[in-house]
Design a protein around this ligand. Sequence first.
Ligand code: SAH
Ligand code: SF4
Ligand code: F3S
Length: 453
Amino acid sequence: MEKLSASPVTTGKNLYIESYGCAMNLADSEVIASILQENGYKTQEEEDNADIVFLNTCAIRENAEDKIWNRLQMLKAAKKHKPDLIVGVLGCMAERLKAKLLDQNQLVDLVVGPDAYRDLPGLLAKVDDGQKAVNVLLSREETYAEIAPIRLNSNGINAFISIMRGCDNMCSFCVVPFTRGRERSRDPYSIVREAEQLVADGYKEVTLLGQNVDSYKWTSEDGSESVNFARLLEMTAQVNPNLRVRFSTSHPKDITDEVLHTIAKYENVCNYIHLPAQSGNSRVLKLMNRTYDREWYLERMSRIREIIPDCGISCDIIAGFCSETEEEHKDTLSLMELCQFDFSYMYYYSERPGTLAARRYPDDIPEEVKKRRLQEIIDLQNQISRDKNAKLVGKVFQVLIEGDSKKSTTDFKGRNDQNIMCIFPKDGVHRPGDYVNVEIERTTTTSLIGRIV
Ligand code: SAH
Ligand code: SF4
Ligand code: F3S
């Protein structure tokens, strides 16, 4: 991918971006840094002495937004010492609350939604003129396809590549279709060029990002060529055999056998699928508008196990959705038992204004019941993860070294193909970015501990 040229002008202003929420937001922050660098702003990795602070926000659950309100209070104090500090709220919460963010907080200068980042230089100029600036227009076409992201807080080994934007699914609990607009797929050739550039820069692993990667579909302007997700995965895998390819998120209704066969076929496409079930009960799934039922989910699961026998599988689960009975909650626990997920992201239901569920169904499960059900789900997942990991003692995995382990500078960390974190002592020979074989000696709920062999 073509690198953006060094900026001809510099504003002399330094920008600091703080990202919240999912990987799409991290990827967007790298696009934002690139757009602003072109216009003479330098992105720095610490807040100190920044002239502009952007919060790239998430709106998925109420507590995600609470975090931002608290952060804005803290920034208010910072602004007392530095009155010309510019504060911007970007991303999903900006899109959801729009100009309301300006009314409620004297502090915010700029509100920009996920499809309006190209307008940032103009909006910042407006703020310089003493005005407040807002652009929350959603687009049907914007994919920032040709913008070369500036990698932020990067280890130089793993990178995200955004392959599509928005979501057309309308799960009843979910705010994403409202904050990110209609689904659109990015030109596959620009995705391949980005992967090639990453390889040239020494990166070893890419994760292809979309809310529902299985519905990726790109058609050339003249209609002569069409690329689906299986084909895109193949094109990315062929960039370089030493580049690991991961992807997220798959949707149970859309994941095809063709995709599974592509994962099985390419050594460098990791055997790992994040396949959110949300619930194990068919009536709840129907209320959630997930458009599959328990049987369908279990069928997809057995196809994965059949085509990719050693596949790592993780899940997202919501506890205490509207009207969920105790029996229906138990169906979620039994689905987890049947599927034996390696790990899960688990939440209790948080009503989001404007969503289908908020308009149609009362949020009628008391908070203490939601929390108790969530705890049962977490306890079960921990037990499954612990038991599954314990069985891996003695096994040898290929691991990509990502850097020092969290707890010790004498240990490395890195993930195996199945996306499980491995910890092992440094051997003085291998370095971050190298592939090593690690023999597992002991395990915990979340990681495998071993040594390089
Ligand atoms: N596109 C992905 C999920 C994106 S949001 C998918 O379809 O799986 C990430 C996760 O947040 C969801 O899978 C869901 O488990 C959780 N989530 C979304 N909305 C929520 C809400 N209103 N309350 C609680 N959890 C929610
Ligand atoms: Fe939300 Fe459903 Fe789209 Fe995922 S697939 S982003 S849960 S609407
Ligand atoms: Fe949050 Fe937006 Fe991602 S709501 S989870 S940052 S798409």
